[in-house]
Design a protein around this ligand. Structure first.
Ligand code: CTP
Length: 398
């Protein structure tokens, strides 16, 4: 039941918009209140009058609507719902959402909202299968947007394939799941991400080339499946995803402490590129070449965070996932690493400069579990994240 739930329904410009009229009725039958937003394209397929009459509420259409601005404003409109549903989510709307554009009411609401978003894509199959749309879909999923459909079938344009909008009742079911939480609802998951910085003196540090992109995408995808995510991140190049609890740290020692404080969790994903050593002789004042000459740095070993958690005898997370960044003999090194660390899975990748993976947007990983080695094709980091999050959900019984 959706009794008392407030749904902001954004109707994009596609022939599937007619199904959104039925969706409004189905939602109302279940007790939900629907606030409709119609894009300019949407108006070509269903009339504002029909939408408003069915919803029993005014339909919002303009970004610069003075009456609405005076009453509540579009920022408020974007946040006063329990869930934002985009149906149909056209290729254009998805592109705007994925890239943060805000040139009309619908896209502005989607950028301004802090409410979970569910999208029901609908478009021609070639448009759906186009790499640009698939990139957008993966990026949105990594941002925590949920999807229902599209389904395969005959299309209004006469072709057959994926691209049909999910049926109204399927969308209702997805809305119920989204409001009830998704497969990882009630699960607490820890993700470490980014590099660590190990100080030499107050102005200098030792670091590595991790951008934090893969860990960030994984945290976003897990949150998208309803998990309660604690995101412990070193100084990354990419901003943290929406909808997670962010714990920002700098050094490996701080990361180890933040991880300890985040336990217990149902699963831990250790995607951070933790520095193995810190400067034992770090100075609390700036080293001066005139006074100090060439410094001889002494190193001390950092705590191995993954190994510590994976080898816990009490309160160990049900699933511990480590990463292995290698430059040669990837599978052999990663298999040995899995045993050495005591983790359940290792996600291994080749980070030699020629692969362009470190700092890039794509990844080619090998997943090593107790059952063996799985080679995943090269795909975007967002897609790797989604696939891994789905695997974690099924491993946790979601
Ligand atoms: N890791 C960690 N704490 C450390 C070092 C690594 O938690 N002090 C975790 C990483 O987050 C990653 C995994 O261990 O999940 C493997 O990291 P990697 O740097 O590839 O391995 P190392 O332990 O450094 O092993 P090696 O030096 O042999 O590559």
């Amino acid at each position: 039941m959706l009794s008392g739930k407030r749904i902001l329904l954004i109707i994009g410009g596609g022939i599937a918009a007619y199904k959104s009229l039925d969706l409004i009725r189905r939602l109302q039958e279940r007790g939900a209140a629907v606030t409709p937003v119609l894009t300019r394209g949407g108006e070509q397929f269903v009339t504002p009058l029909a939408v408003s009459a069915l919803a029993g509420a005014a339909v919002h259409r303009d970004l610069f609507d003075l009456t609405v601005e005076a009453e509540m404003g579009h920022i408020q409109l974007s946040r006063s719902a329990d869930l934002v549903v985009v149906a149909p989510a056209t290729a254009d709307l998805m592109g705007k959402m994925a890239n943060g554009l805000a040139d009309d009411l619908a896209s502005t609401l989607l950028l301004a909202t802090d409410t979970p978003v569910l999208a029901a894509p609908a478009m021609n199959l070639r448009m759906w299968l186009h790499p640009a749309t698939q990139r957008n879909r993966a990026a949105l999923a990594a941002d925590g947007v949920r999807f229902v459909g599209p389904n395969e079938g005959d299309m209004a344009c006469g072709e057959f394939g994926p691209g049909r909008m999910a049926e109204p009742l399927e969308i209702v079911a997805a809305i119920e799941t989204a409001l009830g939480g998704g497969p990882l609802a009630g699960r607490r998951v820890l993700v470490t991400s980014g590099p660590t910085h190990e100080p030499i003196d107050p102005v200098r540090y030792i670091a590595n080339r991790s951008s934090g992109a893969q860990g960030t995408a994984i945290a976003g995808a897990l949150a998208g499946l309803g998990a309660d995510v604690v995101f412990v991140t070193g100084p990354a190049e990419v901003p943290p995803p929406a909808g997670v609890q962010v714990v920002a740290v700098e050094t490996a020692a701080q990361m180890a402490e933040a991880v300890r404080a985040a336990l217990p969790v149902d699963a831990g994903v250790f995607a951070a590129a933790v520095a193995d050593w810190r400067v034992a002789s770090a100075s609390d004042r700036k080293l001066k070449k005139t006074r100090d000459g060439i410094p001889a740095l002494e190193f001390a070993e950092n705590p191995d965070i993954l190994k510590t958690v994976a080898r816990m005898t009490e309160g160990r997370p049900g699933l511990v996932v480590g990463f292995a960044a290698e430059t040669d003999d990837v599978v052999a090194h990663a298999t040995a690493k899995r045993a050495r660390k005591g983790c359940d899975w290792i996600v291994a990748n080749d980070v030699s400069p020629a692969t362009g993976i470190m700092g890039g947007s794509e990844n080619a990983v090998v997943l090593i579990t107790a059952d063996g080695v799985e080679d995943w094709p090269r795909m975007s980091k967002a897609e790797v994240a989604q696939r891994l999050a789905a695997r974690i959900a099924s491993a946790l019984g979601g």
